[in-house]
Design a protein around this ligand. Structure first.
Ligand SMILES: NC(=O)c1ccc[n+]([C@@H]2O[C@H](COP(=O)([O-])OP(=O)(O)OC[C@H]3O[C@@H](n4cnc5c(N)ncnc54)[C@H](OP(=O)(O)O)[C@@H]3O)[C@@H](O)[C@H]2O)c1
Length: 321
């Protein structure tokens, strides 16, 4: 089988398309023929070695990619509800040695969900990490509802564009902050107001907010609290360890000083989470924007672009190319 792998941490140049033996499933695992994968910033953070000290993280040699969609091709014993040919999507653990940029993977049944007929494999592969993060942040942590005011910082990105679409679907009023090249795109997602952060301050437009969702780590709660209602919720996906620590410290401080709530977001993935995304996507609440589809050999360039930090929607990998 073909797979994109690397044998040392480093820049995109370490990636190689190689032939490797097919993985063998253990009990409770499915063999999945991958039809599409999608890229997340997590993939380049692992490849570059930024996350090498996380406990349980498998170092190189290893594969690339967590999100996938494909077809069941076999299993390691009984896997009720999953038959050969069934369409599924989900994630591999980011800490293992496999990657979804490969023609075949093995994955536990607790990490997959059936792909709805309404979705292509590319659309399903785009969902798990980015849409899962947006929905858990807004629905579970912020309890966003119709009529609430929401600001999304990084509204054009993988997480941000799902956040805008989900929030508009449920009837929230959305201000999207993005760079100049993404203004028209964020408007097309249905945002009520779009603010180019190089020209204007989103905190002065659409405030006071019930929820501020920073998908980029460029703000701190202290920068935003004045633009939030007294019981507002501030959410941050925290791109790096220092941002996680800062948001956690703010969350602790806020408990004793304000009615506002601060939440460092950590996605909880798995079959139940992906089934929920499948229903929301089938209902039209999560429509992925697929900016580009690349083959395995195109992933290095796609990652270079992603590392510049100005992504729009999702990049899908056609692993057969
Ligand atoms: N904690 C978790 O569980 C979790 C889960 C998923 C993702 N994440 C993290 O969340 C971050 C975003 O993920 P993603 O998939 O959405 O990434 P992405 O697709 O690369 O999007 C990043 C966005 O940031 C925007 N941006 C860059 N500079 C900005 C600034 N100064 N102000 C406002 N926006 C700015 C870019 O838009 P413009 O070009 O318009 O500026 C881009 O659309 C990543 O660091 C990722 O690792 C964390």
């Amino acid at each position: 089988m073909r797979a994109l792998r690397y044998s040392r941490y480093g820049p995109p140049e370490v990636l190689e398309v190689v032939e490797i033996p097919e993985p063998v499933p253990r009990p409770g695992e499915l063999v999945v023929r991958v039809l599409a994968a999608s890229l997340n910033p997590l993939d380049w953070k692992i490849r570059s070695g930024h996350l090498r000290y996380l406990p349980g993280s498998a170092g190189p040699p290893r594969g690339v990619g967590c999100d996938f969609a494909g077809e069941v091709a076999g299993s390691g014993g009984a896997t009720p509800g999953f038959f050969p040919g069934a369409r599924v999507f989900g994630t591999l653990s980011p800490f293992g040695r496999q990657g979804t940029c490969a023609t075949t993977i093995v994955v536990g049944v607790d990490r997959v969900a059936p792909t709805p007929d309404a979705l292509t494999d590319a659309m399903a592969a785009a969902l798990p990490i980015a849409a899962g993060t947006a929905v858990q942040a807004l629905a579970d942590h912020a309890r966003l509802a119709a009529g609430h005011r929401l600001a999304v910082v990084g509204a054009a990105g993988g997480v941000g564009h799902f956040a805008v679409r989900y929030a508009r679907h449920i009837g929230a009023r959305v201000t999207g902050a993005c760079g100049p090249d993404n203004v028209e795109f964020v408007r097309s997602l249905g945002a009520d107001a779009v603010v180019d952060y190089t020209r204007d301050d989103w905190r002065a437009i659409g405030a006071p907010y019930d929820t501020v969702f920073d998908t980029t780590g460029h703000t701190r709660w202290g920068d935003c609290r004045g633009a939030m209602v007294p019981e507002g919720v501030y959410l941050n996906t925290s791109p790096d360890a220092s941002s996680v620590a800062a948001t956690m410290a703010d969350a602790l401080r806020a408990r004793f000083t304000t009615r506002q709530r601060i939440v460092p977001i950590a996605l909880r993935g798995g079959a139940a989470a992906w089934r929920r995304l499948a229903s929301l996507a089938a209902a039209g609440a999560l429509v992925p924007h697929l900016r580009e589809t690349v083959g395995l050999a195109g992933v290095a360039d796609a990652m270079r672009a992603m590392e510049r930090g100005h992504g729009r929607g999702k990049i899908v990998v056609d692993v057969a190319r």
